[in-house]
Design a protein around this ligand. Structure first.
Ligand code: PLP
Length: 301
């Protein structure tokens, strides 16, 4: 079996290269969209309505999936329209995808605009499929339960087990999915540490804990009540924010590791993980960094 997607950095640190997930642009949104797509097919839907920012990995994945499968697609975007029309990265792929682009001038408008798109397709006799931002859905989280099966294969064959898994945590569905996957595949001694990229720890922890429980119930997995851990020490001021130190860290990521750590997601998580390892003296633990992507965010400007 080929384990190209696990990269070893040193004796203790391994990387799960989900940034390379085989879907245009890769990353966790590629993996989630593949799983959501199965539900789109099973519901015989022929249009997609979803939302995100102008550099949203999720919207890019939805747009690509729609193009590949000849589905209609409406993306309700928030953020700067000017950036959207001049940026590269996800914005460029969305622009080229053939998706219908609608701008929300305020966050409060998003729901209304999405509902209007649903209605637009219904009135034309189509069957639209609504996807919550970030694919924070049972299918999106479920993709990460299944992903743990891939990790399990690696662990069995290489006789290596992670004590700690670190990842960038946003809506929390990737983290919750991994936690449910660890329960399903019997990783009793592995803990997941989410590095929040936007939310404060109290709120993020609550969301992950609830979603993890919901996923276990939905997929009939024996719930072991793992502690939801979401660290908010490396927010760098919030979503899409960063400072010169993180920028320098991100800029040297290719040179240092041969992969991209962007300033919005994986860079915060990886930087935070290195600090966390030192702070909590877990240098003797086996560590897996789950690389959720961000390559196109890095290449956006
Ligand atoms: C969306 C995203 C995340 C966060 O995933 P959630 O499931 O929303 O927590 C992390 N990394 C990248 C690159 C993302 O696009």
């Amino acid at each position: 079996m080929n384990f190209d997607w696990i990269q070893q950095i040193n004796e203790k640190l391994f990387i799960f290269r989900d940034d390379l997930f085989p879907f245009l642009g890769g990353g966790n949104k590629g993996r989630k969209m593949k799983a959501v797509g199965l539900d789109v097919f099973s519901k015989k839907a022929n249009a997609i309505v979803t939302t995100g920012g102008v550099q949203s990995n999720h919207c890019r994945a939805a747009a690509v999936f729609a193009a590949q499968n000849k589905l209609e697609c409406s993306l309700v975007l928030h953020g700067s329209a000017e950036d959207f029309y001049k940026d590269s990265g996800n914005a460029k792929i969305m622009r080229m995808s053939g998706s219908k682009i609608i701008f929300a001038s305020a966050p409060a408008e998003i729901g209304t605009l999405m509902n209007a798109e649903m209605k637009y397709y219904e009135e034309r006799g189509l069957k639209p499929y609504y996807i919550w931002g970030g694919a924070h859905t049972m299918e999106g989280g479920g993709a990460y339960i299944d992903a743990v099966a891939e990790l399990k294969d690696y662990c069995v064959q290489s006789n290596w087990h992670p004590d700690l898994i670190f990842l960038a945590s946003g809506t929390g569905s990737t983290q919750a999915g991994l936690m449910a996957g660890l329960d399903k595949f019997g990783f009793e001694n592995t803990a997941v540490v989410g590095m929040s990229i936007a939310r404060r720890s109290a709120q993020a922890t609550e969301i992950v804990a609830k979603f993890y429980q919901d996923l276990c119930a939905h997929y009939n997995i024996k719930f072991t009540n793992q502690k939801a851990i979401v660290v908010d020490d490396y927010l760098f001021g919030g979503y899409e924010k960063y400072d010169s130190e993180l920028k320098a860290f991100s800029d040297s990521s290719i040179r240092d590791y041969g992969f991209i750590l962007d300033t919005c997601y994986s860079g915060k998580a990886f930087y935070g993980m290195l600090q966390y390892i030192r702070k909590y003296d877990v240098t003797k633990k086996n560590i897996l960094f789950w690389h959720t992507g961000g390559v196109l965010n890095f290449l956006a400007r």
